[in-house]
Structure formats: structure tokens, C-alpha cells
Design a protein around this ligand. Structure first.
Ligand code: NAP
Length: 486
């Protein structure tokens, strides 16, 4: 197999600003590593504040023309991006795996998912519409006019290097906004490749700008303080989200915040256990557990706890770990050494408080940031892993005896992103759907991400929705004209 880096030529490992691919103003670069080996795979431009502002110049200059571009034409460039991503799916997937560590099958899934946002929002671009009505007292008419909010700043995480950007760029472009994306420092290559694909797909210069940097705060803060910026969309931790919300407040920016989660997965005694096991494996292990909607706590109703636990542990223990590019690997490298240390500490903390490890629990020797699939039981309620995003292949199994009890426990967190419930009892499912304080719920399903659904959290998991028709509304200001007609 050829080197996955070949798809991104050296001239495209630089900042994408306006119609140019350019070095950072001071010429600085930084190294991107393969987390499975710790080896450097590429150097990319390391932007400073001045480069970020140059990207904002480009986005501002392109704004009026892009907003005035016929919706059908904007739609066509999104469709062209979708097609290019599908055609080049294998190249994109290999690049994702190389810089992020997930197994190739997961990376392929991410490309299919990420590409779908371009198709979905190509369809939405031509369906943006306003309303017309007579004022209740008569005498004039009200015409509502949706308008693109303006240049947008996007800050994205490393766990889905393509999809988290696609989820923002596609609706923004559909609505007629221009964009500046700052990808995570650990995974800048996929976003640069996407920008290149979009350039080839005919997206005009200035509409998509990408600024890679190791100095996120230095680059993003001046962008959020600039009056030309009109919107921030952030995906990442709740901690960083709070910082950016404060900065956005000074400039009264529109914001979409996709933040952290602490999903409870609830298996009721009446569930089809085969379905529950499949769902739990997906909800826990998709993306090696490095997902905001990953099952963080698994609650199993007492009568089926033993059977579920034994079968789940067996399946977790059978997964194979290795370099994501190798065939047959289920569990690739985690993003970095700090993630492995965090999992080690969370497991040690739970064990100190009385938990038992059924599977895994020990990091392997050798290079790369690997941690094995791990299952714990007898995890006490005060264990840190129950209140922290585990963000890795570690599954604490707990038990419950009543719906009220498990609902109270599931909701006892600042987060409210996703939840899962497995039951064959419709009324029970509805009670959980109404009682769980989450933005999303999987009912007898472990996979809930879908570009046609409104993805997003409640409580401190976020503000706003991505995907679905709601996704495009995030990039539109609804204005109106009162038209006199006595
Ligand atoms: P993170 O540490 O919050 O970083 C996210 C992004 O913010 C990165 O691009 C990072 O840049 C940047 N950043 C960090 N500090 C900043 C600052 N002071 N100013 C401006 N930008 C700053 O999160 P992560 O570790 O990359 O991603 C994991 C988190 O994302 C988890 O909490 C997960 O739940 C959440 N997530 C949420 C969703 C959702 O839809 N709700 C989806 C995926 C992930 P650097 O890379 O340079 O640090």
C-alpha cells in the first residue's frame, strides 16, 4: 500500500486562505504524528494571529458574492464535494487513520458520514425560505427574509477530523456563509485535504479557509473579537466551550456549541439481549470510545445483569488491537499518551474504590498510545469515571432495580448529550425518552448519528443543532420587512 500522505502534496500542507495555499507569516511549522507509532508523518504551517485575521479578510471579501450566488449553484458545489469525497473515500479514510489512530473501517464510516452532510445540505440549500402574512390588524404585510449570518469561525476536535468540520461547513455554505476552520492541532491533515477537495469541486476562493495552528487561543480570540465575524461554531470539550462562549459574548456572536457528554446506556430486563449487546458494543466502541456520544455508564437491570455482563465482557475481550491501517484491527491507537494515562488513572481510581476488572485494564508495553478494551463491574457511584468523559474503550457496568432509580442516576450529571435505552416495552421506552435529560436518545439502537437528524445536547452539552433542517437555520438570521398596504 502506498503512503497515505501522498494524497496531500507538500504545497497543500499549508494554510488555505482565499485563493492561496500559503506558509504561516513567520514561516513556522509543526509536526503531525501517527499516534500508533509516535512518528512524525508531516509538517504543516503553524499559524499565528495575523494569519487568522488574513483568513477573516478573505472570508469577509468573499461573503457578499457567495451570499448572492444562486442557491442552486451553491448546492451544486456541495454535491460536487459529496461526490469527490465518495470517489476518494479510501484516500481520505487512510489519512484519517494515519493522523488520528482509528481503525480503517471506522475511518471509512466517518468518510461516509461526513460526506453525507454535503449531500444533505446540498438539498437544503435550495429549500431556504421565508414567510408572508397579513398583520393581524390589517394595514400592512409582514415578509420574513432569511439571510446568511455572515463569516463564521469553526473550531473542531480531533476525534472525527472530517465529519466535525463537514457538519459545520456544509450548512454554512448552503446558507450562503463563508468560513474559517481551525482544526485540532493533532489532526490538521484531513481538514486540509477537505479544503483541497472543495477547491477542486469549484467552491470559490475565500468561502472555505483553513488555519492550522498549535496556538489555538492566540489565533481564535482575535477572530472572535473582530466585528466582521458573525458566528462561532465549536465542537470540543465543555471546558474549552465555556472559554469560547465568554469570548463570543463580548462580540455578541451567534454560537453553536457541541460539547462533551456522559451518556448512560440502560438495558432493561425485558430487552432483547442480542440487540442490547450489539447496541452496547457500538455505543461504547464506535471510534474506540473516543466519541462525545459514547456510552460512558452502562446500567443493566438486575435480573439480566449477570448474563449481559458475561456476554459483553466476552465480546470486548475478543476485539483485536493494533495499527489502524492493518487489516482486521478493531481497536486502534488512542489520540495520545495523555489519553492513555487518563484511562489508567480512571481505572485505578475505580479499582481503589472497590471495582473489579473483568477484561483489560492494563496498558500494553511498546510504542504508540494503546489501551485495551476494558470492562469493570462493582463500580461505586463515587468513582471518577462515572462523572468524567472516559473517551476511550473502558466500560463500567452498573446495575439498577427501578426505572426511577436509573433515571435519577442517569440525569445526575452536568452533561445532557446522548442516552440509550434497550427495552421491548413501548411505554417504558417513552417514559425514558421523556425522562432522560439528553438531546438525543437511541431506543434499541447504539448508532444515532445521522445527517438528517438534529444532533446536539442540552444542559452543559451544548447549544444548537447540527444536521437536519435545524442545521441550516443555525446559519440564517430571520429578518422581516413590514410593508405598508393600507
Ligand atoms: P478540546 O480540547 O476542547 O479542543 C477542541 C478544539 O478547541 C481544538 O481545535 C482545540 O485546539 C481548540 N481549543 C483548545 N483551547 C482553545 C482556546 N483557548 N481557544 C480556541 N480554541 C481552543 O476538545 P478535544 O479534546 O479536541 O475533543 C474532545 C472533546 O470534544 C470531548 O469533550 C468531546 O465530547 C467533544 N466532542 C463533542 C461533540 C459534540 O457534537 N457534542 C462531537 C465531538 C467531540 P488544539 O487542538 O490546538 O488544542
Amino acid at each position: 500500500m502506498s503512503d497515505p500522505m501522498n494524497v496531500l502534496a507538500p504545497e497543500h500542507r499549508r494554510l488555505r486562505i482565499g485563493d492561496a495555499w500559503r506558509d504561516a507569516a513567520g514561516g513556522a511549522t509543526f509536526a503531525v504524528e501517527d499516534p500508533a507509532t509516535g512518528k512524525t508523518i508531516a509538517e504543516v504551517a503553524d499559524a499565528g494571529a495575523v494569519d487568522g485575521l488574513a483568513a477573516l479578510d478573505a472570508a469577509s471579501e468573499a461573503m457578499a458574492e457567495w451570499a448572492a450566488t444562486p442557491p442552486r449553484k451553491r448546492s451544486e458545489s456541495l454535491t460536487a464535494t459529496y461526490r469527490a469525497l465518495i470517489e476518494r473515500s479510501e484516500e481520505v479514510a487512510r489519512l484519517i487513520t494515519l493522523e488520528m489512530g482509528k481503525p480503517l473501517a471506522e475511518a471509512r464510516g466517518e468518510v461516509a458520514y461526513g460526506a453525507e452532510f454535503f449531500r444533505w445540505f446540498a438539498e437544503e440549500a435550495v429549500r431556504v425560505e421565508g414567510r408572508y402574512n397579513t398583520a393581524p390588524a390589517g394595514g400592512y404585510r409582514i415578509l420574513t427574509v432569511p439571510k446568511p449570518v455572515g463569516p463564521c469561525v469553526f473550531v473542531t476536535p480531533w476525534n472525527f477530523p472530517l465529519a466535525m468540520g463537514a457538519r459545520k461547513m456544509a450548512p454554512a455554505l448552503a446558507a450562503g456563509c463563508t468560513t474559517i476552520t481551525k482544526p485540532a492541532a493533532q489532526t490538521p491533515l484531513t481538514m486540509l485535504f477537505l479544503a483541497r477537495i472543495m477547491e477542486e469541486a469549484g467552491v470559490p476562493p475565500g468561502v472555505v479557509n483553513v488555519v492550522t495552528t498549535t496556538r489555538a487561543g492566540e489565533v481564535v480570540a482575535p477572530l472572535l473579537a473582530d466585528r466582521r465575524t458573525r458566528k462561532l461554531s465549536f465542537t470540543g470539550s465543555t471546558e474549552v466551550g465555556r472559554v469560547l462562549l465568554r469570548q463570543a459574548a463580548d462580540n455578541v456572536l451567534r454560537t453553536s456549541m457541541e460539547l462533551g457528554g456522559n451518556a448512560a446506556l440502560i438495558v432493561c430486563a425485558d430487552a432483547d439481549l442480542n440487540v442490547a449487546l450489539d447496541g452496547a458494543m457500538v455505543a461504547k466502541m464506535r471510534n474506540i470510545g473516543e466519541s462525545c456520544i459514547a456510552a460512558n455508564r452502562i446500567y443493566v437491570e438486575e435480573p439480566v445483569r449477570e448474563e449481559f455482563t458475561a456476554r459483553f465482557a466476552e465480546r470486548m475481550g475478543a476485539l483485536s488491537m493494533g495499527h489502524g491501517l492493518d487489516e482486521g484491527v478493531d481497536v486502534g491507537a488512542l489520540i495520545d499518551e495523555a489519553s492513555v494515562t487518563k484511562l489508567d488513572e480512571l481505572v485505578a481510581d475505580a479499582v481503589d474504590r472497590g471495582a473489579r476488572v473483568l477484561v483489560g485494564g492494563e496498558r500494553p508495553d511498546g510504542p504508540g498510545s494503546f489501551y485495551p478494551p476494558t470492562v469493570l463491574v462493582d463500580v461505586p457511584e463515587d468513582a471518577r469515571m462515572l462523572q468524567t468523559e472516559i473517551f476511550g474503550p473502558v466500560a463500567p457496568i452498573l446495575s439498577f432495580t427501578s426505572d426511577d432509580e436509573v433515571l435519577a442516576k442517569a440525569n445526575d450529571t452536568e452533561h445532557g448529550l446522548a442516552g440509550y435505552v434497550f427495552t421491548r416495552d413501548l411505554q417504558r421506552a417513552i417514559r425514558f425518552a421523556e425522562g432522560l435529560e439528553t438531546g438525543m436518545l437511541g431506543v434499541n439502537r447504539g448508532l444515532i448519528s445521522d445527517p438528517s437528524a438534529p444532533f446536539g445536547g442540552v444542559k452543559q452539552s451544548g447549544i444548537g443543532k447540527e444536521g437536519s433542517h435545524e442545521g441550516v437555520l443555525e446559519y440564517l438570521d430571520v429578518t422581516y420587512a413590514a410593508i405598508d398596504l393600507p
